[in-house]
Ligand binder design. Structure first.
Ligand code: AMP
Length: 280
């Protein structure tokens, strides 16, 4: 595996690879790699001649300084995991190299960002679009892989691809969960042992609401989930929003054949966890 630490190094290699007509798959990450990331790596490895992953904790997508500073950084371990996953190129740049004193571009996404993470984390998606658009250009990837845990992020990135007219396929990948149902996340290591035991409750409550979906209206599903969290004092629910799976706009009634997803952000032990549940 080649480790590229500068943009220049990466682009000169990908230029060569494209001249050789190689297909390139990209998995952008912020490191602290876990099984969820690995599930994306497996697909990228299988579906492309060349598999590139980036490890970069992108400062401009954090609207909370403390969250940025506390974000786990485990580079040595990440490099080991990428090697085990048969990664061809690990791109691990510095913020200086990525942004080089330039003012980041401002991206806007209309209604797509006026809900959920877009509301709770102002500027977050513009920061994400800045790094991801740069990674798309530098990697020259044909396909890029993203996890459905960050459901809104996928819709935003698809819109960014449309705005920029990039020729790249966005591949959404299912959520990987620990055996007890908790969606794996780099932030899970910040949970105390006690909180880690409680955390699977998030998925359990969502699953329970899924089982009742044919007997309840959408507002009743929402009320059920909100009520469950209200009664569990370990959690502080930030939002639970039931949305159209493409427009991400909240729905109160389902149209025929409409895809519907519930998205949640909840605090446990000072750690912010997100998850989703597809209903239809
Ligand atoms: P991150 O390093 O948290 O920015 O995540 C990098 C990519 O991995 C994003 O596309 C995430 O959605 C994806 N990802 C993170 N956790 C999981 C998971 N548990 N299952 C599937 N994909 C995930």
């Amino acid at each position: 595996m080649k480790i590229c630490r500068t943009v220049q190094e990466l682009t000169s290699i990908t230029e060569q690879l494209k001249q050789e007509n190689k297909t390139i798959g990209l998995v952008p990450t912020m490191g602290a790699l876990h099984e969820g990331h690995k599930s994306l790596f497996v697909r990228a490895r299988k579906e492309n001649d060349i598999f590139i992953s980036s490890v970069f904790v992108n400062p401009i997508q954090f609207n909370n300084k403390e969250d940025f500073e506390k974000y786990p950084r485990t580079e040595e371990q990440d490099i080991k995991i990428l090697e085990e996953c048969a990664c061809d190129i690990a791109f691990i740049p510095t913020a200086e190299d990525v942004y080089g004193g330039q003012t980041p571009e401002t991206f806007t996404f209309g209604q797509l960002e006026q809900v959920m993470e877009g509301v709770q984390r102002p500027g977050h998606f513009s920061g994400v679009a800045n790094i991801v658009s740069r990674l798309f250009i530098w990697s020259k990837a044909d396909k890029a892989y993203f996890g459905e845990k960050d459901y809104q992020q996928i819709a935003i990135i698809k819109d960014m691809v449309r705005q920029k007219s990039f020729k790249i396929e966005i591949v959404p990948c299912p959520i990987f969960r620990d055996e007890d149902g908790l969606a794996t996340s780099s932030r899970n290591v910040r949970l105390s042992a006690e909180a880690r035991k409680i955390a699977p409750k998030i998925h359990q409550i969502l699953l329970e609401s899924y089982r009742q979906k044919d007997f309840l209206s959408i507002s009743q599903i929402k009320a059920f989930v909100e009520d469950e969290f209200k009664h569990n004092k370990n959690f502080v629910l930030e939002y639970f929003t039931i949305v159209d799976d493409k427009t991400l706009q909240p729905v109160s009634q389902r149209e025929e054949n409409q895809g519907i997803v519930g998205c949640i952000a909840v605090w446990l032990d000072g750690v912010r966890l997100i998850d989703i549940q597809r209903y239809w």
